[in-house]
Write a protein that binds this ligand. Structure first.
Ligand SMILES: Nc1ncnc2c1ncn2[C@@H]1O[C@H](COP(=O)(O)OP(=O)(O)OP(=O)(O)O)[C@@H](O)[C@H]1O
Ligand SMILES: [Mg+2]
Length: 486
């Protein structure tokens, strides 16, 4: 189990041998800096794990990590609430990895998340932090071939990350043996306890031993969680770091528009804002596709993603957008929770969300790890009560958009653009990519082949259609845009 080899006399040698990423010099808010001063080396973690943590660019724990890791290591059940982008993932991945015995060929942790993209991202964090441990991490989600998962499970898996339906399927078939799995984590727990997932979660828990440790994490915990807590958790340690709800680094504005003015307004925003990468949210799949087409017609490159797309295409879009292939992503609430792309400095609610939880998670896609971000809401007459309600429920003020937006509110100062961090490693940094310090310029004249979007096609044509879109987007990007700062 835990050995604090790090404090041994040769501690400097292994640290000197680490392959550390470039420092992230961007300013950070108290959301991540207001800690008690704990160091990772104070946490009795095994050295191999510490090596992974430091090589991911993590220098010291964030407040949620400082609070949650020691409790989780003591095998207590944990119910933790902390703001978006403040490091909840590592707060459960680090104690999970610490508890894995890699000599034992059994599933020893089951990490549940509500979406496939988030499962991929979380498994990646496990792999990066556990890089020196020899831990075997498997990701499993719907939308992929069950047979591949069954074959993979014939080999050793220590940590299983996935979406509930697929894991239940594998457990039910007796392929995923969770009978000795001591750790059960629910990230975005309130979403996993919504009516859509709750019955699956209940069934899934029955496959784990009664002694399992249950950990719930989210930035939003409505009352829904109480029933689950009473029923399935043993004297959980509750952490709530939400003294306020919204991120300090994210400035929020609204633009009051008519529905038919929205695209024009977006065009103006594109031309005026210094967007490094942006995520633009719509309230329906249809509107995602329509808007992606409009954006392309305006001459800006964009990708789009929603739940009705083939999984392989969703993965490709997610992967390429992360790697800065394209500056803008139009999407539905599929990518509202947990998605961590540090280069995103602007979130635009093209459609205002229906509830405050969704609003909070959406705007939390910018301003990751205490950095600066901008959230702009296009608000119509019909949205006015919703806007008011969101402000009330989140105790925040969404101001009318000014004529000019001070860049220092959402653009990192010169020389400090380079983020580090787990998901950054191995990312493709294309030197041909657009320059972060400039506004976007339309990249193609109207009438050319759209980079993204187009009419719905029959399923058999979809792969070529989407591949072509992505290809077009990538080429257009390389030719016309300035690099994305990563
Ligand atoms: N201790 C640390 N030092 C530096 N960077 C960190 C540290 N912990 C996490 N990060 C980085 O912070 C970013 C946000 O982390 P993470 O995705 O875990 O946030 P979160 O709290 O789960 O947010 P959300 O509520 O949106 O899911 C990631 O890029 C991660 O690599
Ligand atoms: Mg998260």
């Amino acid at each position: 189990m835990a050995q604090n080899q790090a404090s041994s006399s040769n501690s400097t040698e292994w640290k000197a041998a680490l392959n550390l990423p470039k420092k992230d010099l961007r300013p950070q808010t108290e959301d991540v800096t207001a800690t008690k001063g704990t160091e990772f080396e104070d946490m009795f973690l095994r050295r191999e794990l510490l090596m992974g943590i430091f090589e991911a660019g993590f220098e010291r724990p964030s407040p949620i990590q400082e609070e949650a890791i020691p409790i989780a290591l003591a095998r207590r059940d944990v119910l933790a609430r902390a703001k978006n982008g403040t490091g909840k993932t590592a707060a459960f991945v680090i104690p999970t990895l610490q508890q894995v015995d890699v000599t034992k060929p059994k599933i020893q942790a089951c990490l549940l998340v509500p979406t496939r993209e988030l499962a991929l991202q979380t498994s990646q964090v496990c792999k990066i932090l556990g890089k020196h441990m020899g831990v075997q991490v498997m990701v499993t989600t719907g939308g992929t071939t069950l047979k591949d998962d069954i074959m993979r499970l014939a080999e050793v898996v220590h940590v299983l990350v996935g979406t509930p339906g697929r894991i239940l399927d594998l457990a039910g078939k007796g392929v995923a043996d969770l009978s000795e799995c001591p750790v059960f984590v629910m990230d975005e727990a309130d979403k996993l306890l919504s009516p859509e997932f709750a019955p699956v979660m209940e069934q899934l828990l029955a496959y784990l031993p009664p002694t399992r440790q249950v950990m719930l994490f989210s930035a939003t915990f409505p009352i829904i969680v109480k029933d689950f807590k009473d029923k399935h958790m043993k004297n959980p340690h509750e952490i709530n770091l939400m003294d306020e709800l919204t991120l300090r680094g994210v400035t929020q504005y609204y633009a009051y528009v008519e529905e038919r003015q929205k695209v024009h307004c977006l065009n103006t925003l594109f031309s005026k804002l210094q967007i490094n990468q942006s995520i633009i949210f719509c309230n329906s799949t249809n509107r995602v596709e329509l808007l992606a087409r409009k954006v392309t017609e305006l001459g800006y490159s964009c990708f789009f993603s929603h739940a009705k797309m083939l999984q392989a295409h969703r993965n490709r879009v997610f992967h390429d957008f992360r790697n800065g292939v394209c500056r803008n992503l139009v999407c539905s609430d599929l990518l509202t929770r947990g998605i961590d792309i540090q280069a995103v400095n602007v979130v635009i609610n093209f459609d205002f969300p229906k509830n405050s939880e969704t609003y909070l998670h959406r705007i939390g896609r910018s301003g990751r790890f205490g950095h600066l971000g901008l959230a702009i809401n296009l608000v119509t007459y019909e949205d006015r009560f919703n806007l008011f309600r969101v402000e009330q429920e989140l105790g925040t003020e969404i101001q009318p958009i000014p004529q000019t937006i001070d860049k220092s509110l959402y653009v990192a100062p010169a020389g400090a653009e380079e983020p580090t961090g787990a998901v950054k490693k191995g990312q493709n940094r294309n030197p041909q990519q657009p320059g972060s310090r400039q506004q976007q310029t339309p990249q193609q004249s109207r009438g050319q082949t759209p980079a993204v979007a187009g009419p719905p096609r029959p399923p058999q044509q979809q792969p070529t259609y989407q591949q072509q879109q992505i290809l077009n987007g990538a080429q257009a990007q390389a030719q016309y845009q300035q690099p994305v700062a990563r």
